[in-house]
Design a protein around this ligand. Structure first.
Ligand code: NAD
Ligand code: TYD
Length: 345
Protein backbone atom coordinates (compact mmCIF):
# COMPACT_ATOMS: atom_id res chain seq x y z
CA UNK A 1 0.00 0.00 0.00
CA UNK A 2 1.30 3.48 -0.85
CA UNK A 3 1.59 5.91 2.04
CA UNK A 4 0.55 9.56 1.99
CA UNK A 5 2.66 12.43 3.24
CA UNK A 6 2.32 16.13 2.64
CA UNK A 7 4.99 18.69 1.83
CA UNK A 8 2.83 21.77 2.31
CA UNK A 9 3.65 23.76 5.40
CA UNK A 10 6.79 21.76 6.18
CA UNK A 11 10.39 22.88 6.49
CA UNK A 12 12.68 20.73 4.36
CA UNK A 13 16.43 20.37 4.41
CA UNK A 14 17.89 20.07 0.92
CA UNK A 15 21.56 19.07 0.90
CA UNK A 16 23.56 20.09 -2.17
CA UNK A 17 20.86 22.59 -3.12
CA UNK A 18 23.33 24.85 -4.92
CA UNK A 19 24.07 22.13 -7.47
CA UNK A 20 22.20 21.22 -10.62
CA UNK A 21 19.30 19.01 -9.50
CA UNK A 22 19.17 20.45 -5.98
CA UNK A 23 18.67 24.01 -7.22
CA UNK A 24 16.02 22.90 -9.71
CA UNK A 25 14.28 21.04 -6.88
CA UNK A 26 14.33 24.11 -4.61
CA UNK A 27 12.78 26.19 -7.39
CA UNK A 28 10.18 23.47 -7.90
CA UNK A 29 9.30 23.32 -4.18
CA UNK A 30 8.96 27.07 -3.69
CA UNK A 31 6.86 27.37 -6.82
CA UNK A 32 4.51 24.50 -6.07
CA UNK A 33 4.21 24.68 -2.27
CA UNK A 34 3.54 28.26 -1.16
CA UNK A 35 3.70 27.43 2.56
CA UNK A 36 6.78 25.21 2.44
CA UNK A 37 10.20 26.38 3.65
CA UNK A 38 13.58 25.17 2.46
CA UNK A 39 16.94 25.13 4.15
CA UNK A 40 19.75 24.56 1.66
CA UNK A 41 22.94 23.11 3.19
CA UNK A 42 25.74 23.25 0.65
CA UNK A 43 29.52 23.32 0.86
CA UNK A 44 29.82 25.24 -2.42
CA UNK A 45 32.39 22.98 -4.02
CA UNK A 46 33.37 23.81 -7.60
CA UNK A 47 29.93 22.43 -8.61
CA UNK A 48 27.90 24.51 -6.15
CA UNK A 49 26.74 27.83 -7.50
CA UNK A 50 24.56 30.36 -5.69
CA UNK A 51 23.79 32.02 -9.03
CA UNK A 52 21.44 29.05 -9.56
CA UNK A 53 19.25 30.45 -6.79
CA UNK A 54 19.59 34.19 -7.33
CA UNK A 55 15.92 34.77 -8.04
CA UNK A 56 14.83 33.25 -4.72
CA UNK A 57 17.68 34.25 -2.41
CA UNK A 58 15.50 36.88 -0.70
CA UNK A 59 12.43 34.67 -0.45
CA UNK A 60 11.60 34.44 3.28
CA UNK A 61 10.81 30.75 2.77
CA UNK A 62 14.39 30.06 1.70
CA UNK A 63 17.55 29.91 3.83
CA UNK A 64 21.07 29.10 2.75
CA UNK A 65 23.60 27.54 5.11
CA UNK A 66 27.16 27.34 3.86
CA UNK A 67 28.43 24.11 5.34
CA UNK A 68 29.56 20.56 4.92
CA UNK A 69 27.33 17.51 5.35
CA UNK A 70 30.28 15.91 7.17
CA UNK A 71 30.09 18.55 9.92
CA UNK A 72 28.20 16.51 12.50
CA UNK A 73 27.51 19.39 14.89
CA UNK A 74 26.12 21.61 12.17
CA UNK A 75 24.02 18.79 10.73
CA UNK A 76 22.58 18.02 14.19
CA UNK A 77 21.52 21.66 14.62
CA UNK A 78 19.90 21.82 11.19
CA UNK A 79 18.06 18.50 11.59
CA UNK A 80 16.29 19.89 14.69
CA UNK A 81 14.58 22.47 12.50
CA UNK A 82 13.17 20.29 9.72
CA UNK A 83 10.47 17.70 9.07
CA UNK A 84 11.96 16.27 5.89
CA UNK A 85 15.33 15.82 4.20
CA UNK A 86 16.18 15.45 0.52
CA UNK A 87 19.83 14.51 0.20
CA UNK A 88 21.50 15.48 -3.08
CA UNK A 89 24.97 16.59 -1.89
CA UNK A 90 27.68 14.54 -3.56
CA UNK A 91 30.70 14.58 -5.78
CA UNK A 92 29.09 13.65 -9.08
CA UNK A 93 31.43 13.66 -12.06
CA UNK A 94 32.60 10.21 -13.22
CA UNK A 95 35.67 11.64 -15.00
CA UNK A 96 36.87 13.34 -11.81
CA UNK A 97 36.35 10.12 -9.83
CA UNK A 98 38.60 8.30 -12.30
CA UNK A 99 41.41 10.76 -11.68
CA UNK A 100 40.94 11.05 -7.92
CA UNK A 101 38.28 9.15 -5.97
CA UNK A 102 39.10 10.45 -2.46
CA UNK A 103 36.48 13.18 -2.20
CA UNK A 104 33.84 10.81 -3.58
CA UNK A 105 34.35 8.41 -0.70
CA UNK A 106 34.52 11.23 1.83
CA UNK A 107 31.39 13.07 0.71
CA UNK A 108 29.21 10.46 -0.98
CA UNK A 109 29.82 7.68 1.55
CA UNK A 110 31.02 9.32 4.78
CA UNK A 111 28.88 12.44 4.33
CA UNK A 112 25.79 10.28 3.84
CA UNK A 113 26.76 8.33 6.96
CA UNK A 114 26.83 11.56 9.02
CA UNK A 115 23.35 12.50 7.81
CA UNK A 116 21.91 9.03 8.42
CA UNK A 117 23.46 8.81 11.86
CA UNK A 118 22.02 12.20 12.77
CA UNK A 119 18.60 11.02 11.62
CA UNK A 120 18.66 8.50 14.51
CA UNK A 121 18.24 11.36 16.96
CA UNK A 122 15.78 13.48 14.95
CA UNK A 123 12.45 11.72 15.52
CA UNK A 124 10.39 14.60 14.09
CA UNK A 125 11.91 14.06 10.62
CA UNK A 126 9.13 12.32 8.69
CA UNK A 127 11.12 11.37 5.60
CA UNK A 128 14.69 11.22 4.34
CA UNK A 129 15.00 10.87 0.57
CA UNK A 130 18.36 9.57 -0.46
CA UNK A 131 19.17 10.51 -4.06
CA UNK A 132 21.16 7.62 -5.48
CA UNK A 133 21.71 6.97 -9.21
CA UNK A 134 21.04 4.42 -11.95
CA UNK A 135 24.83 4.05 -12.21
CA UNK A 136 24.85 1.81 -9.10
CA UNK A 137 23.53 -1.07 -11.25
CA UNK A 138 26.39 -0.83 -13.73
CA UNK A 139 26.05 -1.32 -17.45
CA UNK A 140 23.95 -3.78 -19.45
CA UNK A 141 23.69 -4.42 -23.18
CA UNK A 142 20.05 -5.49 -23.19
CA UNK A 143 17.06 -5.46 -20.86
CA UNK A 144 16.29 -3.24 -17.89
CA UNK A 145 17.28 -3.12 -14.23
CA UNK A 146 14.50 -3.52 -11.70
CA UNK A 147 14.99 -2.12 -8.21
CA UNK A 148 15.88 -5.55 -6.79
CA UNK A 149 18.68 -6.20 -9.30
CA UNK A 150 22.13 -6.67 -7.81
CA UNK A 151 24.43 -3.65 -7.84
CA UNK A 152 27.56 -3.74 -9.95
CA UNK A 153 28.94 -0.20 -10.08
CA UNK A 154 31.93 0.25 -12.33
CA UNK A 155 33.31 3.75 -11.73
CA UNK A 156 34.63 5.06 -8.41
CA UNK A 157 31.73 7.55 -8.48
CA UNK A 158 29.13 4.81 -8.97
CA UNK A 159 30.79 2.63 -6.32
CA UNK A 160 30.72 5.43 -3.76
CA UNK A 161 27.05 6.08 -4.59
CA UNK A 162 26.33 2.34 -4.23
CA UNK A 163 27.97 2.41 -0.78
CA UNK A 164 25.79 5.34 0.27
CA UNK A 165 22.67 3.75 -1.24
CA UNK A 166 23.11 0.52 0.72
CA UNK A 167 24.08 2.39 3.88
CA UNK A 168 20.77 4.26 3.64
CA UNK A 169 18.98 0.92 3.30
CA UNK A 170 20.88 -0.51 6.27
CA UNK A 171 19.76 2.44 8.42
CA UNK A 172 16.17 1.77 7.42
CA UNK A 173 16.40 -1.93 8.31
CA UNK A 174 18.46 -1.53 11.46
CA UNK A 175 16.95 1.58 13.02
CA UNK A 176 13.56 1.69 11.26
CA UNK A 177 14.23 5.24 10.03
CA UNK A 178 11.93 6.86 7.43
CA UNK A 179 14.26 6.45 4.46
CA UNK A 180 13.42 6.10 0.76
CA UNK A 181 16.02 5.66 -1.97
CA UNK A 182 15.71 7.06 -5.49
CA UNK A 183 17.79 6.00 -8.48
CA UNK A 184 17.34 8.56 -11.26
CA UNK A 185 18.86 8.26 -14.71
CA UNK A 186 20.94 10.99 -16.44
CA UNK A 187 19.33 14.37 -15.87
CA UNK A 188 19.63 17.38 -18.14
CA UNK A 189 18.27 20.91 -18.10
CA UNK A 190 19.11 24.42 -16.83
CA UNK A 191 21.89 25.04 -14.27
CA UNK A 192 23.91 21.90 -15.03
CA UNK A 193 27.62 22.44 -14.56
CA UNK A 194 29.24 22.57 -18.00
CA UNK A 195 31.54 19.61 -17.41
CA UNK A 196 28.65 17.19 -17.94
CA UNK A 197 27.92 15.94 -21.42
CA UNK A 198 24.94 18.03 -22.58
CA UNK A 199 25.92 21.46 -21.12
CA UNK A 200 29.54 20.88 -22.16
CA UNK A 201 28.54 20.14 -25.75
CA UNK A 202 26.02 22.99 -25.95
CA UNK A 203 28.41 25.60 -24.54
CA UNK A 204 31.36 24.31 -26.60
CA UNK A 205 29.22 24.40 -29.74
CA UNK A 206 28.12 27.96 -28.93
CA UNK A 207 31.81 28.91 -28.75
CA UNK A 208 32.66 26.84 -31.87
CA UNK A 209 34.96 24.64 -29.78
CA UNK A 210 35.45 20.90 -30.47
CA UNK A 211 32.91 18.45 -29.03
CA UNK A 212 34.90 15.61 -27.42
CA UNK A 213 33.03 12.35 -28.05
CA UNK A 214 34.45 9.46 -26.02
CA UNK A 215 35.22 6.33 -28.06
CA UNK A 216 32.81 6.00 -30.98
CA UNK A 217 30.07 8.04 -29.32
CA UNK A 218 27.84 4.96 -29.16
CA UNK A 219 27.33 4.78 -25.38
CA UNK A 220 23.72 5.05 -24.37
CA UNK A 221 22.07 6.86 -21.47
CA UNK A 222 18.41 7.23 -20.52
CA UNK A 223 17.94 11.02 -20.55
CA UNK A 224 15.52 12.54 -18.05
CA UNK A 225 14.53 16.21 -18.01
CA UNK A 226 15.32 17.64 -14.57
CA UNK A 227 11.83 19.06 -14.05
CA UNK A 228 10.37 15.58 -14.51
CA UNK A 229 12.86 14.26 -11.96
CA UNK A 230 11.75 16.96 -9.47
CA UNK A 231 8.12 15.88 -9.92
CA UNK A 232 9.14 12.28 -9.34
CA UNK A 233 10.88 13.20 -6.08
CA UNK A 234 7.74 15.06 -5.01
CA UNK A 235 5.51 12.06 -5.75
CA UNK A 236 7.82 9.68 -3.90
CA UNK A 237 7.82 11.99 -0.86
CA UNK A 238 4.02 11.95 -0.93
CA UNK A 239 3.32 8.34 -1.77
CA UNK A 240 6.54 6.31 -1.63
CA UNK A 241 6.86 3.43 0.78
CA UNK A 242 9.54 3.72 3.46
CA UNK A 243 12.53 1.44 2.95
CA UNK A 244 11.85 1.07 -0.77
CA UNK A 245 13.97 1.92 -3.79
CA UNK A 246 12.42 3.70 -6.81
CA UNK A 247 14.02 3.89 -10.24
CA UNK A 248 13.34 7.13 -12.13
CA UNK A 249 13.91 6.96 -15.85
CA UNK A 250 12.32 8.41 -18.95
CA UNK A 251 12.62 5.28 -21.12
CA UNK A 252 14.46 7.55 -23.45
CA UNK A 253 17.65 5.83 -24.57
CA UNK A 254 19.83 7.92 -26.81
CA UNK A 255 23.41 7.38 -28.00
CA UNK A 256 25.83 10.20 -27.27
CA UNK A 257 26.52 10.83 -30.94
CA UNK A 258 22.80 11.23 -31.64
CA UNK A 259 22.57 13.88 -28.92
CA UNK A 260 25.63 15.63 -30.33
CA UNK A 261 23.95 15.64 -33.77
CA UNK A 262 20.78 17.14 -32.32
CA UNK A 263 22.75 19.84 -30.48
CA UNK A 264 24.70 20.99 -33.54
CA UNK A 265 21.54 20.92 -35.59
CA UNK A 266 19.60 23.04 -33.04
CA UNK A 267 22.47 25.54 -32.94
CA UNK A 268 23.08 25.43 -36.71
CA UNK A 269 26.72 24.46 -36.18
CA UNK A 270 28.78 22.11 -38.38
CA UNK A 271 29.28 18.42 -37.62
CA UNK A 272 32.99 19.08 -38.14
CA UNK A 273 33.06 20.17 -34.47
CA UNK A 274 32.83 16.47 -33.52
CA UNK A 275 36.12 15.31 -32.11
CA UNK A 276 36.54 11.62 -31.31
CA UNK A 277 38.82 11.26 -28.27
CA UNK A 278 40.13 8.26 -26.27
CA UNK A 279 37.38 6.42 -24.47
CA UNK A 280 36.73 6.94 -20.76
CA UNK A 281 38.29 4.17 -18.65
CA UNK A 282 35.69 1.56 -17.73
CA UNK A 283 33.08 3.48 -19.75
CA UNK A 284 29.64 1.99 -19.06
CA UNK A 285 27.99 1.11 -22.37
CA UNK A 286 24.36 1.50 -21.45
CA UNK A 287 22.13 2.30 -18.48
CA UNK A 288 18.51 1.21 -18.60
CA UNK A 289 15.83 1.16 -15.92
CA UNK A 290 12.54 -0.63 -15.40
CA UNK A 291 10.36 2.12 -13.93
CA UNK A 292 7.08 0.32 -13.39
CA UNK A 293 7.32 0.81 -9.64
CA UNK A 294 7.27 4.62 -9.80
CA UNK A 295 4.70 4.53 -12.61
CA UNK A 296 2.42 2.73 -10.15
CA UNK A 297 2.66 5.79 -7.87
CA UNK A 298 1.22 7.88 -10.71
CA UNK A 299 4.39 9.44 -12.14
CA UNK A 300 5.55 9.48 -15.70
CA UNK A 301 7.78 11.99 -17.50
CA UNK A 302 5.84 14.83 -19.10
CA UNK A 303 8.36 16.37 -21.47
CA UNK A 304 9.20 14.77 -24.80
CA UNK A 305 12.95 14.48 -25.23
CA UNK A 306 13.13 16.63 -28.39
CA UNK A 307 11.19 19.42 -26.71
CA UNK A 308 13.19 19.22 -23.47
CA UNK A 309 16.51 19.23 -25.32
CA UNK A 310 15.43 22.25 -27.38
CA UNK A 311 14.38 24.07 -24.18
CA UNK A 312 17.71 23.21 -22.57
CA UNK A 313 19.78 24.33 -25.55
CA UNK A 314 17.84 27.59 -25.65
CA UNK A 315 18.39 28.13 -21.91
CA UNK A 316 22.20 27.96 -22.33
CA UNK A 317 21.95 30.16 -25.42
CA UNK A 318 20.00 32.78 -23.48
CA UNK A 319 22.08 32.64 -20.28
CA UNK A 320 25.73 33.03 -21.31
CA UNK A 321 26.42 35.14 -18.20
CA UNK A 322 25.54 32.06 -16.10
CA UNK A 323 27.92 29.60 -17.79
CA UNK A 324 30.72 31.86 -19.05
CA UNK A 325 31.74 32.58 -15.43
CA UNK A 326 32.24 28.91 -14.59
CA UNK A 327 33.22 27.51 -17.98
CA UNK A 328 36.88 28.44 -17.83
CA UNK A 329 37.34 26.58 -14.56
CA UNK A 330 35.57 23.50 -15.92
CA UNK A 331 37.88 23.53 -18.94
CA UNK A 332 40.91 23.54 -16.63
CA UNK A 333 39.78 20.13 -15.43
CA UNK A 334 39.15 18.98 -19.00
CA UNK A 335 42.71 19.91 -19.99
CA UNK A 336 44.06 18.03 -16.99
CA UNK A 337 41.87 15.04 -17.87
CA UNK A 338 43.02 14.97 -21.50
CA UNK A 339 46.66 15.18 -20.36
CA UNK A 340 46.08 12.18 -18.09
CA UNK A 341 44.72 10.11 -20.99
CA UNK A 342 47.52 11.23 -23.34
CA UNK A 343 50.19 10.17 -20.84
CA UNK A 344 48.68 6.77 -20.02
CA UNK A 345 50.77 3.83 -21.19
P1 NAD B 1 26.10 18.63 -8.72
O1 NAD B 1 27.51 18.14 -8.82
O2 NAD B 1 25.59 19.59 -9.73
O3 NAD B 1 25.87 19.30 -7.29
C1 NAD B 1 26.33 18.72 -6.10
C2 NAD B 1 26.15 19.75 -4.98
O4 NAD B 1 26.57 19.16 -3.74
C3 NAD B 1 26.99 21.02 -5.17
O5 NAD B 1 26.20 22.17 -4.93
C4 NAD B 1 28.08 20.88 -4.13
O6 NAD B 1 28.58 22.13 -3.65
C5 NAD B 1 27.37 20.10 -3.04
N1 NAD B 1 28.29 19.36 -2.17
C6 NAD B 1 29.30 18.54 -2.55
N2 NAD B 1 29.94 18.06 -1.46
C7 NAD B 1 29.30 18.57 -0.37
C8 NAD B 1 29.48 18.42 1.03
N3 NAD B 1 30.47 17.66 1.53
N4 NAD B 1 28.65 19.07 1.86
C9 NAD B 1 27.65 19.87 1.37
N5 NAD B 1 27.45 20.05 0.05
C10 NAD B 1 28.26 19.41 -0.81
O7 NAD B 1 25.20 17.32 -8.65
P2 NAD B 1 23.81 16.99 -9.36
O8 NAD B 1 24.04 16.62 -10.76
O9 NAD B 1 22.84 18.05 -9.02
O10 NAD B 1 23.42 15.65 -8.58
C11 NAD B 1 22.70 15.71 -7.35
C12 NAD B 1 22.53 14.31 -6.81
O11 NAD B 1 21.81 13.52 -7.75
C13 NAD B 1 23.84 13.58 -6.54
O12 NAD B 1 23.69 12.82 -5.38
C14 NAD B 1 24.00 12.67 -7.76
O13 NAD B 1 24.75 11.53 -7.45
C15 NAD B 1 22.55 12.35 -8.06
N6 NAD B 1 22.26 12.04 -9.48
C16 NAD B 1 22.59 12.94 -10.46
C17 NAD B 1 22.26 12.64 -11.77
C18 NAD B 1 22.58 13.60 -12.89
O14 NAD B 1 22.36 13.27 -14.05
N7 NAD B 1 23.04 14.81 -12.61
C19 NAD B 1 21.61 11.43 -12.10
C20 NAD B 1 21.30 10.55 -11.06
C21 NAD B 1 21.62 10.86 -9.75
P1 TYD C 1 28.27 12.42 -18.21
O1 TYD C 1 27.48 13.68 -18.45
O2 TYD C 1 29.63 12.56 -17.61
O3 TYD C 1 27.34 11.48 -17.34
P2 TYD C 1 27.60 9.93 -16.88
O4 TYD C 1 28.92 9.48 -17.32
O5 TYD C 1 27.51 10.06 -15.39
O6 TYD C 1 26.49 9.15 -17.49
O7 TYD C 1 28.42 11.64 -19.59
C1 TYD C 1 27.31 11.19 -20.33
C2 TYD C 1 27.82 10.39 -21.51
O8 TYD C 1 28.58 11.27 -22.37
C3 TYD C 1 28.78 9.28 -21.11
O9 TYD C 1 28.59 8.16 -21.97
C4 TYD C 1 30.16 9.88 -21.37
C5 TYD C 1 29.92 10.80 -22.54
N1 TYD C 1 30.80 11.99 -22.61
C6 TYD C 1 31.50 12.26 -23.78
O10 TYD C 1 31.41 11.54 -24.79
N2 TYD C 1 32.31 13.37 -23.80
C7 TYD C 1 32.45 14.19 -22.73
O11 TYD C 1 33.23 15.19 -22.80
C8 TYD C 1 31.71 13.90 -21.54
C9 TYD C 1 31.83 14.76 -20.32
C10 TYD C 1 30.88 12.78 -21.53
Amino acid sequence: MAETRSLEGKTLLVTGGAGFIGSNFIHYLLKNYPRTKVINLDKLTYAGNLDNLKDIEKDPRYEFIHGDIRDRKLVQEVFKRVQGVVHFAAETHVDRSILDAGEFILTDVFGTFVLLDTLKSAPQVEFFLHISTDEVYGSREKGYFKEDASLSPSSPYAASKAGADRLAYAYFVTYNLPIIILRPSNNFGPFQYPEKFIPLFVTNALEAKPLPLYGKGTNVRDWLYVEDNCRAIDIVIQKGKLGEVYNIGANNEVANITIAEKIVSLLEKPRSLFHFVPDRLGHDKRYALDCRKIHALGWKPEREFEEALALTVRWYQENPEWWKKIKERSLEFKTFYEEYYRNRK
